[in-house]
Design a protein around this ligand. Sequence first.
Ligand code: C5P
Length: 234
Amino acid sequence: MKDRIIVALDAPDGAAALAVVDRIGPACGFYKVGLELFTAEGPGVVEALGARGKRVFLDLKLHDIPNQVAGAVARAGELGATLLTVHAMGGRDMLAAARDAAPGSLTLLGVTVLTSLDGPGLEALFGRRVADAGAEADRLARLVREAGLGGVVCSAAEAARVRETMGRGALVVTPGIRPADDPIQDQRRVRTASEAFAAGASHIVVGRPVTQAGDPAAAFARFAAEAREARDDR
Ligand code: C5P
């Protein structure tokens, strides 16, 4: 069960990121490498994590013409990443090209709606009224499912309806997770690990609550304890 928690290594360089990995130790087997770290270090950081026996979620949120995205997906597969994100808003043809380029070892996740986009932000983007960001996430999840990708990234607040849309077996990966004892309640649409799993998340992404903790290993262990109690819809 330990691999249901993915720790986000949002660090400026590989040394800082790997120091956190080494502090957490063998308890965590899955790490997310995002745009900052990948831009700083490139493939080397993915290989360094692989050399430590860790799986890598490469969160590059690809969004370009189908040919470009297909090439990037193929290269990410060669690097040995386990998960890779593409934006659902790249559209049907881009998603299909990504799917066709992915080797069997690489699962593609469609990003539905960025958690930084609220109703007014989506309205400005789409040029139409948006009553509910969750409905937009669900609509995009449907596009991802129809394109045959392995799963989606969505807010834990939307995980229950997105799980229903994606069906059993799909990955539903949710960021925006806070510790159960965090004083910041859910003003930012954050959820606890238990809430996210109960809503149907297959994996949660946790960053700063673990990486910035005084004792990252202890902080990770608390999330792992919550995960052990949770149901598993994968
Ligand atoms: O907030 P935290 O450090 O746990 O974030 C971990 C990851 O979750 C980030 O790398 C980012 O991809 C994602 N995130 C998000 N929306 C937020 C905050 C973080 O999607 N509001």
